[in-house]
Design a protein around this ligand. Structure first.
Ligand SMILES: Nc1ncnc2c1ncn2[C@@H]1O[C@H](COP(=O)(O)OP(=O)(O)O)[C@@H](O)[C@H]1O
Ligand SMILES: O=C(O)C1=C[C@@H](OP(=O)(O)O)[C@@H](O)[C@H](O)C1
Ligand SMILES: [Mg+2]
Length: 170
């Protein structure tokens, strides 16, 4: 069984994916970590040295590779993965278990204001400007996230979110 987590930066895809994989005894793969592993470069360095377009191409190549080569896996994508290269269609071809972790803007601000440097798209945004940026960005991206088969309200604890996902698997 393949389980794919999607959602905005800071929605907890990496954290919840790890937790869920422990509950299920499945392999856990994080797309960003996989790309870093395969390229030997940090995500921030790929954006800086090769540009976002190159990153999006790598993301598409490796999401395909992961889904084609793993039978039982929990895959945490990056926040932009669903929005490029027809990736939601690719994912949906491999599994019905696609979960959108939906988080409120105040919660995203709380989680991400400490972690901007790892995320090139928000690294240069002042904390006070984050709510407006997230609001606009989510407006653009939500239609892609909503293609997931399930939407999970995800302001709660990683454990509760992982258990809610587990209860919805089919
Ligand atoms: N459910 C949660 N409640 C509180 N903090 C969380 C939760 N999930 C993740 N976090 C924290 O938010 C930050 C971003 O989480 P992460 O799993 O990297 O999100 P994503 O992979 O979606 O960008 C991390 O500091 C993480 O510890
Ligand atoms: O939203 C995005 O476009 C991105 C989200 C990041 O992953 P997380 O959602 O795990 O932070 C990472 O893939 C890259 O910085 C781009
Ligand atoms: Mg992540």
């Amino acid at each position: 069984m393949k389980i794919v987590l999607v959602g905005y930066m800071g929605s907890g895809k990496t954290t919840v994916g790890k937790e869920l994989s422990k509950y299920l005894g499945f392999r856990f793969l994080d797309l960003d970590a996989y790309i870093e592993d395969k390229t030997g470069m940090k995500i921030a360095a790929i954006f800086k040295e090769k540009g976002e377009l190159s990153f999006r191409k790598l993301e598409h190549q490796f999401v395909l590779e992961i889904l084609e080569n793993n039978l039982d896996v929990v895959l945490s994508t990056g926040g932009g993965t669903p929005c490029y290269s027809g990736n939601m269609e690719v994912i949906s071809r491999h599994t019905n278990n696609v979960f959108y972790l939906r988080v409120s803007i105040p919660e995203l601000v709380k989680r991400l204001s400490k972690e901007k440097s790892k995320r090139p798209l928000i690294a240069h945004i002042e904390d006070e400007a984050l709510p407006e940026f997230f609001g606009k960005h989510l407006f653009e991206r939500s239609p892609f996230y909503s293609l997931a088969t399930h939407t999970i309200p995800s302001d709660g604890t990683p454990q509760d979110i992982a258990l809610e996902i587990k209860s919805r698997l089919r």
